[in-house]
Design a protein around this ligand. Structure first.
Ligand SMILES: Nc1ncnc2c1ncn2[C@@H]1O[C@H](COP(=O)(O)OP(=O)(O)O)[C@@H](O)[C@H]1O
Ligand SMILES: [Mg+2]
Length: 356
């Protein structure tokens, strides 16, 4: 929004119009005086009084006519502004007024235009949020219903004694148990996702040496990598690289990347974990082998509820892990993205290095 310098332009304009109207009226009166028709010298006092009153009205009307002619553009503009404001108030957000001249009225019009655009943007944003929320609820309901239906189904079989022997009943219990875990996992992820989506989410920042933290997490995951027949090629710098992070949240990001690599990699293959720095940025790369990329544009994997075929078939994933990770990395002013090259999918996390 801009503010004009001449704040009293409109007052000055009006004063000028009054002066012009005054001189205009004077000119008209001089014209009549020259024609010698002001006073009838032979008339009575009453006649003289009436005549004076008549001319007095002529003066006033002449003044009003000239002034109205001069001011009519401004009045029309003011009416235009009033009508537009009324339309905006009735819901036509985004409507604007043409800017004419450079006075308080044009300033008013500019401010109204700004307000109208702001309201429109807010309205569009709200509508988008509403849409996202509705989509979220639909997805959540669907995802929660699936394991719950199966839990109820198996419980019903047990309740009605519809099993052949103890072993089958035990099998049902185990399915119920694993579905309940799936439900718990889903609810946890949803909770985390909605908590992190809030605009006023707080980070508990502390200074950490990132290579040490990564060595530690990779160490914890090594038995799982081995169990899944994945050979880890680790290349993490031994330098001290301080970063300012919310440890709990960033560990979640790293763990999600490692778990994804374990879940979605070709089995009996390599997993590469590399960490180095470039300028003021710490860069972590986690790569694993895949037969085909899950989608053409691998950055779609960061969209919420996106699940590749494997995750859907195994009913393992929630499709929230990477979108939660992206949100966390964004909150840290970092970047996360994915690349696909020659049978390798690479997840890259960039983080600013902390300088004291
Ligand atoms: N390392 C990876 N290799 C291959 N595909 C992956 C990898 N990480 C993620 N994906 C794909 O991206 C999808 C979304 O991942 P994510 O958001 O973590 O959700 P989830 O793991 O719960 O399915 C996965 O379903 C999978 O198809
Ligand atoms: Mg995941």
């Amino acid at each position: 929004m801009t503010t004009i310098k001449f704040r009293h332009t409109l007052t000055l304009n009006l004063l000028l119009m009054i002066v012009i109207s005054f001189f205009g009226t004077l000119a008209v009166m001089i014209f009549f005086a020259k024609m010698d028709i002001f006073i009838n010298p032979n008339g009575s006092v009453l006649q003289a009084g009436l005549l004076l009153t008549f001319w007095f009205f002529i003066v006033i009307i002449t003044f009003i006519v000239i002034f109205s002619l001069l001011v009519r553009k401004k009045i029309r503009y003011l009416r235009n502004i009033t009508e537009t404001v009324q339309h905006i108030a009735n819901g036509k957000l985004g409507l604007t007024i043409d800017i004419k001249g450079k006075d308080e009225l044009s300033q008013l019009a500019e401010n109204i235009n700004f307000m109208s655009k702001e309201l429109e943007n807010k309205f569009i944003h709200e509508r988008q949020l509403e849409k996202v929320k509705n989509e979220l609820i639909t997805n959540i309901s669907h995802d929660l219903r699936t394991p719950l239906t199966s839990i109820i189904g198996y419980l019903n079989l047990i309740k009605n004694g519809q099993y052949e022997n103890k072993d089958q009943r035990q099998e049902y219990f185990e399915t119920i148990y694993s579905k309940s875990h799936r439900l718990k996992h889903l609810i946890n992820e949803l909770f985390e996702f909605s908590r992190l989506s809030s605009p006023d989410v707080q980070l508990t920042l502390s200074e950490v040496d990132l290579p040490s933290l990564l060595h530690q997490i990779v160490g914890e995951y090594t038995p799982i990598f081995e169990e899944e027949q994945l050979n880890v090629q680790k290349s993490i710098t031994d330098e001290n690289i301080p970063v300012l992070i919310d440890v709990e949240k960033m560990v979640r990001v790293y763990e999600n990347l490692f778990m994804n690599a374990i879940k979605y990699s070709i089995k009996r293959s390599d997993i590469r974990i590399s960490f180095n720095t470039l300028d003021n940025t710490a860069i972590l790369k986690v790569s694993n082998r895949v037969e085909n990329p899950p989608v053409e544009d691998v950055n779609k994997l960061f969209e919420r509820f996106f699940r590749g075929d494997r995750a859907r078939i195994d009913a393992q994933g929630t499709g929230l892990g990477l979108s939660i990770s992206k949100r966390i990395v964004d909150l840290h002013n970092g970047k996360i993205h994915a690349e696909y090259k020659d049978g390798w999918i690479i997840f890259i996390v960039e983080h600013p290095i902390f300088k004291k």
